[in-house]
Design a protein around this ligand. Structure first.
Ligand code: MG
Length: 379
């Protein structure tokens, strides 16, 4: 490990990218796509004095979320982001984040991988964990909900029962939007009835409903015991979210509606959400989610720590970010390492009693295992 850097500058020498495919333990279903494996763009940043930082770019199940894919990220990073980052001072992550935003504002997932590598390198160079660069942790563990499968209610209830008995998770989230609303709501109601209040239950529609459908079916979900409804309407329908929120006894969470601090400001001033889902990937790294969380905090809106299905590396990066945010009061879904049937870290992140433990050690505290990387590298 290099000695703690004491100079005022540490220049980036190069960025290397590798494309990995990591299988999932079971298919992960969204309203518009089903994942069977996760494509990961692994980024290795090499700076002066032998300092190295790691980042990863991932999208949830292909380009449907925002147009990016692991393949498009690779091209963008190699041809456009890396040439800009090389020669820049890695000890100024916020400045670099702004430059990446100006260069590729519409490609947050690619930027996120690069920004992660910058923060990791900065932490390693200064021999401190990244959360200390972010002002220090407000907590050192994060509750982690689990996304239950898309199987029939009986199988899902069994899965939930096992996880509760093991103490692996204490709350659950169900994906909705693949079936017609009455069928979907009946399935969720059956699961909620069977769980009988044993664990808080949230649902994520990924924007599958219109306002008419949501007005018809949200009360039934709330009556069944669903406490949080994520993105019932498409991303741009902020007015609709505000109207639903006024009528709904379940809390409304915005995910696809909030990518940027500007989006957060619009949602806050429109009274359109009780909770904002933060994700490093959709917002371009660690910098923009901090600004979103500051707006949420000022508006009295809680934040939730979202996932785009990261390995232990990306999960640790998100944990450093989320632990440093006081507004992160609605829990997280940092379950990537449980869903991935393989990892790239020498020591994967640790979970205990339904919570993810913040890693210690410089940077994100994760050592990337070259043999594991080689195992999953795309050929
Ligand atoms: Mg979501």
């Amino acid at each position: 490990m290099p000695a703690a850097h004491t100079g005022v500058e540490l220049r980036v020498i190069r960025l290397e990218t590798r494309l990995l495919d990591i299988p999932l333990v079971r298919p992960h279903k969204f309203s518009v796509a089903t994942m069977h494996s996760q494509a990961v763009l692994l980024i290795r940043l090499v700076a002066e004095d032998g300092v190295v930082g790691w980042g990863e770019g991932v999208v949830p199940g292909g380009p449907w979320w925002g147009g990016e894919s692991a393949e498009s990220m690779a091209a963008l990073v190699e041809r456009h982001l890396a040439p800009m980052v090389v020669g820049q001072d890695v000890l100024r992550p916020e400045l670099l984040a702004r430059r990446l935003e100006r260069l590729a504002g519409g490609a947050p997932f690619a930027r996120s991988g690069v920004e992660m590598a910058v923060w990791d390198a900065a932490g390693r160079a200064l021999n401190v964990p990244v959360h200390q660069l972010l002002g220090g942790a407000h907590r050192d563990r994060l509750p982690v909900t689990w996304a239950l499968g898309a199987e029939p209610a009986k199988a899902v209830v069994e899965e939930a029962g096992h996880l509760l008995a093991e103490g692996r998770h204490t709350s659950f989230k169900l994906k909705m939007g693949t079936s017609p609303a009455p069928v979907d709501v009946a399935r969720v109601t059956a699961i909620a009835d069977a769980l009988d209040g044993a664990a808080p239950l949230a649902v994520d529609l990924n924007g599958a409903w219109d306002e008419y459908t949501a007005r018809r079916w949200l009360p039934a979900l709330a009556d069944a015991g669903v406490h949080l409804v994520e993105q019932p309407l498409p991303a741009e329908q902020v007015g609709g979210l505000a109207r639903l929120r006024e009528r709904s006894s379940a809390a409304i969470m915005a995910d696809e509606s909030v990518w940027t601090p500007g989006d957060a400001l619009r949602l806050a001033t429109s009274n359109a959400a009780d909770v904002l889902a933060l994700k490093a990937g959709k917002s371009g790294g660690l910098s923009a989610p901090r600004r979103i969380a500051a707006i949420a905090e000022a508006a009295g809106i809680a934040c939730y720590g979202g996932t785009t299905i990261e390995t232990s590396l990306g999960t640790a990066a998100c944990a450093h970010l989320f632990c440093a945010l006081p507004a992160l009061r609605a829990g997280t879904e940092l379950f990537g390492p449980f869903l991935l049937d393989g990892d790239i870290a020498t020591e994967p992140v640790t979970y205990e009693g339904g919570e993810l433990l913040l890693t210690s050690g410089p940077g994100f505290g994760i050592t990337v295992d070259e043999d594991k990387v080689a195992k999953y590298e795309r050929r």
